[in-house]
Design a protein around this ligand. Structure first.
Ligand SMILES: [Zn+2]
Length: 365
């Protein structure tokens, strides 16, 4: 008997998290992407749309939009078809997709936090599983979709001293008074508001990225971004949160090396082989992100095969996608998300006049 054709490239319907810090209604990039990808989705004007999860995490496993596939979710499909990850990824990460890809729409600040390295993560998880649910590290990278504001790493010492010297003055123009008041209105009485004088305020323009390695103190303050992270939930919090704060662990683990805010912007490199691709390749094995900018002059574009599974998100533009690994044509528009198995490619027949902007999360080993 001939075995039936099973697609290895397919569209996903992704989980939304309505955390209270998210941008509300159609202010939110998450909501805009949802509404564009599926006209049947009703966006509620007063509800926060904080995160879109594009991956196989058990608390937000993406639903497969292809009724020829018997498995309902991406996680179930990967469990039954681990070869889709690519041989190296499958062996290195025990048959699991090593990353979670997200879109975030931040209205009010997230908690000031740091993530332990692998060694500390395993130790904290063994000692306090109620606070540290995973044994894995959690490096993260954020790439701005709209002007994005965050805190990252300790400021140069001179800057901290100058803030302390100006603190009893009347003129607050040079001391982030507006930001202090904004954070204090979001978290009244929270001492974490003062971390803006110790940590770098980083402002990213669309396409600029911030990498948050182990032990780096950080907080997202405002804006929309795509984010990729290793699969883990381990967060040590320092403030701007009603959740558990582990001061002792935090003080022990933090990276205190001072550095200017400009050094916190993570560079992307343009691909030599394909000038449409800009690669953000952080110093961790778990994930990398590509920004693919297809100019309007290109009408047929090949999303190339890799030896890793990947997830593709359309931010701008429309195309019809064809692949030998997909039985039928796929319509791609703003908000569409595709899972691409290792060693599979997709041809995009562009139908928009102004090119396309895509992000692709993958694993480079
Ligand atoms: Zn974080």
């Amino acid at each position: 008997m001939m075995s039936a054709f099973l697609p290895a490239v397919f569209p996903l319907s992704c989980a939304v998290q309505n955390y209270s810090w998210g941008k509300v209604g159609l202010e939110s990039e998450v909501a805009k992407l949802l509404a564009s990808s599926d006209p049947l989705v009703q966006i509620q004007p007063d509800r926060p749309y904080a995160e879109l999860w594009m991956g196989a995490h058990p608390r937000g496993d993406a639903v497969i939009q292809d009724n020829r596939i018997p498995q309902k979710t991406l996680g179930q499909w990967i469990t039954d078809n681990p070869a889709c990850l690519g041989a190296k990824v499958k062996d290195t990460f025990q048959g699991c997709l090593p990353f979670l890809f997200k879109v975030l729409s931040v209205n009010t600040a997230l908690s000031i936090q740091a993530h332990p390295n692998k060694e500390l993560a395993a130790k904290l998880h063994a000692q306090f599983p109620e606070h540290y649910p995973d044994a894995n590290h959690k490096p993260e990278m954020a790439i701005a979709l709209t002007p994005f504001e965050g805190l990252c790493g300790f400021r140069p010492v001179e800057e901290i001293i100058s803030f302390l010297q100006a603190a009893d003055g009347k003129d607050t123009s040079g001391s982030n008074g507006d930001l202090l008041l904004r954070l204090h209105s979001q978290y009244p009485g929270d001492i974490g508001c003062f971390t803006i004088y110790f940590l770098n305020l980083v402002r990213l323009e669309p396409g600029e990225a911030m990498f948050l390695g182990a032990n780096e103190p950080h907080a997202y303050l405002h804006g929309d971004c795509v984010e990729c992270m290793a699969c883990s939930d381990n967060t040590v919090r320092a403030g701007l949160t009603p959740k558990f704060i582990d001061v002792l662990t935090l003080c022990e683990m933090l990276n205190y090396t001072p550095a200017p805010s400009s050094s916190k912007i993570f560079p992307a490199t343009q691909s030599q082989l394909d000038p449409s691709v800009y690669l953000y390749d952080p110093p961790v094995p778990d994930f990398a992100i590509m920004r693919i900018e297809i100019p309007s002059s290109i009408k047929l574009y090949l999303v190339s095969a890799m030896d890793s599974a990947s997830i593709l998100l359309v931010i701008q533009g429309t195309a019809v996608g064809t692949s030998t690994a997909a039985a039928s044509e796929m319509t791609l528009r703003r908000g569409s998300v595709l899972f691409i198995s290792a060693n599979e490619s997709i041809s995009l027949h562009l139908s928009s006049l102004d090119g396309m902007l895509l992000f692709r999360a993958c694993c480079l080993l």
